[in-house]
Design a binder for this molecule. Structure first.
Ligand code: SF4
Length: 198
């Protein structure tokens, strides 16, 4: 267990070096999965509902995620602070692109460290993030091959992950609504990823 703790600390450092505003180890048992949150993808319907392999109804949903969690004990929560204005602009996908890349970079570090089943979840739809100029998700429509297999990951939303609870568990003040940094500068908001480690 001591070896794993030092490896987890290394992953946290790796996440920060890769550009995360912060990263924390969380107990998988603390992750809250809420069917009601996943249902919001359907009603009110997300504009990206059904457009990609990584979004409902093409993912296993809360029950599938609960089953997945049974195989894990520790996870890394990843936070990325972005300008508030960006998160509420047409360019918001760029924030989720960076978040997704970060989460995957942590997943890759975890695999390198020996956690072969590590798996990253991110925010936003990969259709918008990576394939916004394409008519369709290729993984759904043209033979099953994702155009961006390295970085396209499933969104926590479709599984009903309570990101507010995750942020609280990590000790972060949830700031989708934006906070003024103490050292001045523009208002920032945060987006969150999750990497199941072992
Ligand atoms: S092909 Fe594009 S939209 Fe489909 S899963 Fe891959 S990244 Fe997402």
């Amino acid at each position: 267990m001591e070896i794993n703790n030092s490896k987890l600390a290394e992953l946290v450092r790796g996440a920060k070096s890769a550009g995360a505003s912060d990263a924390r180890v969380v107990e998988v048992s603390s992750i809250v999965v809420d069917d009601g949150l996943a249902e919001k993808c359907v009603e009110p319907r997300c504009p990206n509902y059904g457009l990609a392999l990584s979004c409902p109804p093409n993912v296993e949903g809360p029950d599938g995620f609960r089953d997945k969690l049974k195989h894990f004990t520790k996870a890394i929560a990843v936070r990325l602070d972005v300008p508030y204005k960006l998160l509420y602009s047409k360019e918001s996908y760029t924030a989720f692109k960076r978040l997704g890349e970060l989460a995957v970079e942590v997943e890759e570090l975890a695999v390198e460290a020996g956690f072969k089943d590590a798996l990253a979840y991110t925010g936003g739809s990969c259709k918008v993030i990576f394939c916004k100029d394409e008519e369709r998700c290729r993984a759904l429509t043209e033979g099953g091959e994702c155009r961006h297999p390295r970085y396209a990951r499933r969104s926590t939303s479709g599984y009903g992950v309570d990101v507010a609870a995750l942020a609280a568990e990590a000790g972060w003040k949830l700031s989708w609504s934006g906070v003024e940094p103490e050292d001045g500068g523009g208002k920032v908001a945060s987006v969150y990823g999750l990497v199941l480690v072992y």
